[in-house]
Every structure is written in C-alpha cells, then in structure tokens.
Design a binder for this molecule. Structure first.
Ligand code: KG4
Ligand code: ZN
Length: 332
C-alpha cells in the first residue's frame, strides 16, 4: 500500500498530508491569519507565510502520521491553479524533498483534488461513476460530470465571479470580516431568508454569473443606508440569510437540472463553499426528492487541504503518471 506525502500551497493555506493508500494518516493545515486585516488574500504575504510554514507543517504531518521519511513512496503537490508565489513554495519544496529522498513526484490539479476528496477512505460509501459534482470555492464554480477519476467534463462554469467570491464580497460590504463565507453561514441561521430579494440572472445552460448579484446587493444597501444609517446592524441576520439563500438556490437549481438532464443519480459537492450549511441541506433535499444519492464532504476536506491532493496523487501514482522535475506551476 503506497505511502504518499502531499503538499498544498495554492492560496492561503499551507497544508501537508500523509496517506497510506486511500486512508489519511495526517492532514495538517496552517491557515494564514495575516490576510484578515486586509479583507482578502494578499499574494505577497501569502507566499512569505508559506515559506515560514512549509517545513513545520510537513514535519508535523510526518510525526502525526507516525511515518518516517524513508517510508514515503511518492511526493504529490498542487501544481495549479492558484497564486504563483504561493504555488512556487509548495512546488519547489516537493521537488527538493522528492529528489533528496530519491522518490517520484506527482503533480495535481487543485480543482481535481477538491473533487477527488470524495474517494478518501472514511469507511463510508464513495460515489460511483458517472456522478455530478458541484465544485464551489473562492476561485471556482463549476458543474462537473465525472465518468472516471480523470475523465471529467465541465458542464457549466461561472462567467464572472465564483460563488465563494460573491459571498465573501457580500460579507465585505457588510464589514463582517474575512473570509466572509463561514461568518455569513453562522449569522444566517438567525435570519429570515425571505426578508430581502436579490435577482439572479438568466444564464444559458449550466453556466453561472454572480457579479450582478453582488452589485444588486451593494446598490440595495447603498439606498437603504441613505434612509437608515444603521440598516446593516438592524438587519444583519436577515441580510445574511437572504443573500445566502439567493446564491445557494441559484447554485442548486442548475445542479438539479444538470443531474436530471444527464440521468445521473449521484450528486456531490466539493470546495470551500461545500462547507455551507444551507448548500449541504439543499443538496440532501434535491437528492431525497429525486431518489438520488448525495455526497457531502466532511468539513476538513471542504476548504483547502493536502489530503485531497494526496488522494489525487495516489491515483496518478498508481497509473504511473509521474511529474518531471522541470515542471513549472500554472496559475490558471
Ligand atoms: O476551497 P477554498 O478553501 O479555497 C479556494 O480554492 O478558493 O474555498 C474558500 C471559499 C471562501 O470563499 C470561503 O468564504 C468559502 O470557501 N467558505 C464558505 C464556508 N466556508 C468556507 N462559504 C459559505 N459557507 C461556509 N460555511
Ligand atoms: Zn480550493
């Protein structure tokens, strides 16, 4: 059973994981707090923080797994997409570590890793091909049809902002802090999702668009604040519940349509926004309605983590898809 060391450093989380076959032995994540004061990820600061975190994080992952360096069979890393300076830290570390150990390297696409996190062995059922996966994060929003681990068709994607980005921007407009997704999720529990209505655009097929939703939220608040300067404080929970409802319903409607049209009976969600409590219950709801099977990742595999890179690396390693030492990262 192969032992994989995996590295993730595409954005603002430095993470290392050790897997023995499909089981995760450790998954250490250092989240960078430095960006909070800026209300978003500052690329320059992210790469510096990765540089500080990478060795302690790998060290902790190996110790927690109880695995010696010599037991590692391959080193997997996120090659892209992501921030160049952030990726360079993980990519360079993985290359050096693999070279020093005399072990092969495996490069992984960050988005595929999010989706393949469903195949981590947790002693539970895993999706059967073909299945549909809604991949929703701070940088991506896609409806994917998986026919095999690496046979993935993109049925639809956002034509502008990602869903997570729209949620984070709504939080920023209300001055709630960063990242806004988990904050809006928490505050929305106390609010009325029907209190306010924000239009979602009609976009053809399975594509999405979120920039209009964000703008209508901004203009709505601008108008209300003119009349009532403490409007946000007075209606915070309702605003959170309403914008969350708008974005999540838009997401789920197209997923429901895609699964119906494709005759697929298994539907999964992945990526940071799959941690959202409303999205999780909405997925369960549509799956119950149609008699489909829902796959919701555990919280630790929703946002960025190296365990998902590990499972994707394992599959590639088993297929003999090894990476060259000269491979550069890619940002898009
Ligand atoms: O996958 P991820 O960690 O990084 C990217 O690859 O982008 O996703 C981060 C995104 C952020 O936009 C964050 O606000 C969002 O996931 N997020 C959530 C929740 N937890 C994280 N959005 C809504 N509800 C949540 N509970
Ligand atoms: Zn991600």
């Amino acid at each position: 059973m192969p032992v994989i060391l995996a590295i993730e450093s595409s954005c603002d989380d430095t993470s290392a994981a050790v897997l023995r076959d499909r089981r995760v032995l450790s998954n250490v994540i250092a989240s960078q707090k430095v960006h909070e004061q800026f209300g978003g990820v500052v690329p320059e600061l992210a790469s510096r923080a990765h540089q500080q975190n990478i060795i302690p994080v790998v060290d902790a992952a190996l110790r927690e797994a109880g695995v010696a360096k010599e037991e590692i069979d391959a080193v997997g890393f996120t090659r892209g997409p992501g921030l160049l300076g952030s990726l360079l830290v993980g990519v360079s570390f993985a290359k050096s570590f693999a070279t020093a150990l005399g072990r092969p390297l495996v490069e992984v696409n960050h988005l595929q890793a999010h989706v393949l996190s469903h195949f981590i062995d947790r002693g539970e059922a895993v999706p059967q091909f073909p299945f549909i996966c809604l991949l929703v994060s701070g940088g991506h929003t896609q409806i994917l049809l998986l026919r095999d681990y690496f046979d993935i068709e993109c049925l639809g994607t956002t034509i502008d902002d990602a869903a997570g980005e729209a949620i984070d921007k709504a939080a920023k407009i209300m001055d709630l802090g960063y990242p806004g997704g988990p904050i809006i999720d928490r505050l929305a529990r106390e609010g009325n999702p029907q209190a306010f209505h924000f239009a979602t655009p009609h976009i053809a097929g399975y594509d999405y668009s979120f920039s209009g939703v964000k703008t209508s939220f901004l203009y709505f608040l601008r108008d209300r604040l003119k009349e009532q300067p403490d409007f946000i404080e007075q209606h915070r929970a309702d605003l959170c519940a309403s914008i969350q409802q708008t974005i999540i319903s838009f997401l789920i409607k197209k997923v429901e349509r895609a699964a119906t049209d494709k005759g697929v009976r298994q539907v999964a969600i992945a990526g940071g926004v799959s941690a959202n409590s409303l999205l999780r219950t909405e997925l369960q709801r549509i799956c119950q309605k149609h008699g489909w099977q829902a796959f919701v990742p555990p919280m630790q595999y929703c946002t960025d983590n190296a365990a998902m890179v590990g499972i994707a690396s394992l599959f590639k390693y088993q297929h003999g898809e090894l990476a060259d030492l000269a491979l550069p990262p890619y940002t898009r």
